[in-house]
Design a protein around this ligand. Structure first.
Ligand code: OGA
Ligand code: MN
Length: 223
């Protein structure tokens, strides 16, 4: 067995522990984390293979807002999305991974995360998502945003950065290249962010851990 790539179940579990622990530490200290090359290779590869065989027709134009307030808005975003419902093996593996992360975060940070929703996103060359927040204070059931990238060999010159406006200084920006396996998490209410246009197709998964806002009358619907 190679010392560089130990794929035994024990080694994989311990890599996962280490990643989750780093995520917890960063979230505690500054509310966000950026981990290049962090998504387990086998998971990243099967998600990428799934994307490659998915028909474009499975994707539809992303909207802005939930339910009745949901509108298509070219001014804000132009990407296409496909929700992940666990129909494919890769999708199920992804949801399992996010579920393990959710349990770890609940245990370590007592966040009370209750559910997770996520979609593939496809940004064609020139597509963008302008500066926005994933959740608004008060109606905040999206607590934590998770983004991972599935673009092999992404080059700086190709653009497509995620720009995260960090909280120490509203002018401060962190630019993240959408490189294969990079994992980003941030508190949904606290970090405005945007997606800059790229010169090639850009694939990501965006997901949100939510707290439950069910009332006696109404079961909190997903999305
Ligand atoms: C989103 C989002 C970021 C990205 O879908 O809300 O901000 O880099 N995505 O794809
Ligand atoms: Mn967002």
């Amino acid at each position: 067995m190679s010392a560089l790539l130990d794929l035994s179940p024990a080694a994989l579990a311990s890599n996962e522990e280490q990643l989750f622990a780093r995520i917890v530490r960063d979230l505690r200290e500054r509310g966000f984390t950026v981990c290049p090359d962090a998504l387990p290779l086998s998971l990243a590869a099967s998600l990428q293979a799934h994307l490659a065989e998915m028909n474009d027709a499975r994707f539809s134009r992303a909207g802005v807002g939930r339910q009745q307030a949901h509108t298509l808005n070219d001014f804000v975003r132009t990407d296409e999305i496909c929700w992940i419902n666990g129909e494919s093996a890769a999708g199920r593996d992804w949801l399992d991974w996010a579920g393990r992360l959710q349990r770890f975060l609940n245990r370590e940070l007592l966040l009370g995360l209750f559910s997770f929703e996520s979609h593939f996103a496809h940004y064609r060359p020139g597509d963008y998502y302008r500066k926005h927040l994933d959740a608004f204070r008060g109606e905040a059931n999206r607590v934590l945003s998770l983004v991972v990238y599935l673009n092999p060999d992404w080059q700086l010159a190709e653009g497509g950065e995620l720009v995260l406006f960090t909280r120490d200084d509203t002018a401060a920006q962190l630019k993240v290249l959408p490189g294969f396996g990079t994992v980003v998490l941030f508190l949904s209410e606290e970090f405005p962010h945007e997606v800059l246009p790229a010169s090639r197709d850009r694939y990501s998964i965006a997901g949100w851990f939510r707290v439950n806002q069910s009332t006696g009358q109404r079961v909190d619907p997903p999305r």
